[in-house]
Design a protein around this ligand. Structure first.
Ligand SMILES: [Zn+2]
Length: 222
């Protein structure tokens, strides 16, 4: 048996669940359970692949809730430590999965096959091109099969009794989103704000968990 999931109350009806990040750069990712006015639940960032049954569903049970109570699963961005459990949780609950439309586009780009970059024209030395090509066009399974619903900047989520707004925050990924609940005075920031993780990853699709990077002080700053 695994340890009981760590669940804490952030605001009335909004719970934080620590989801283990197996093999990841950090020990945990943050998932959020949001109760609505009609008794349903909405999950934000369910976490890494394979963690649903071990962590999120037991966390639900601790709150006296069942998988069928989940109405929607919102993913801040397509990295596996945030979105990796979305498909399994969708299967367990029947809930819809929401993504920013630019993350949906990234999924489509990956499914269609990434274009091969012209590294010679870019001036990449011949002895480094194979290495770069392997990184840039390596195929991979999609983090999420497909969203049921896409959202964009300014949209208000369909969560009865709450007004939670989508704030597009491209940078960490093109379709990264934050969620702003003004009434609860809460912003869910995904990886938009996270010490040690860069926010300038502008590739269409990131298939690796966040890496710790040192921010380099620019010698020419100022
Ligand atoms: Zn990330």
């Amino acid at each position: 048996m695994t340890d009981a999931p760590h669940v804490s109350l952030l605001a009335p009806g909004i719970h934080l669940v620590r989801v283990p990040m197996p093999g990841g750069a950090l020990a945990f990712s943050n998932a959020y359970l949001i109760e609505d006015a009609l008794g349903a639940l909405h999950v934000v960032d369910p976490g890494s692949p394979g963690t649903s049954r071990a962590t999120l569903l037991p966390a639900l049970a601790r709150l006296g809730r069942r998988p069928e109570d989940i109405a929607s699963i919102v993913v801040t961005h397509l990295h596996p430590d945030h979105a990796g459990a979305a498909d399994e949780l969708r299967s367990e609950s029947g809930a819809v999965v929401l993504l920013h439309e630019r993350e949906r586009d990234a999924l489509r780009t990956l499914a269609a096959g990434l274009p091969v970059p012209d590294l010679e024209r870019w001036g990449v030395p011949a002895d480094r091109r194979a290495e770069l090509l392997a990184l840039s066009v390596a195929p991979g399974a999609p983090v999420v099969a497909a969203p049921d619903v896409t959202v964009a900047d300014g949209d208000v989520l369909d969560i009865p009794g709450r007004s939670i707004q989508v704030v597009a925050t491209p940078g960490h990924t093109p379709g990264h989103l934050c969620l702003h609940d003004a009434d609860a005075r809460l912003v869910v920031t995904g990886d938009h704000v996270l010490e040690g993780v860069e926010i300038d990853e502008v590739h269409d699709v990131e298939r690796h968990p966040p890496q710790r990077h040192r921010h380099q002080r620019r010698a020419d700053a100022g």
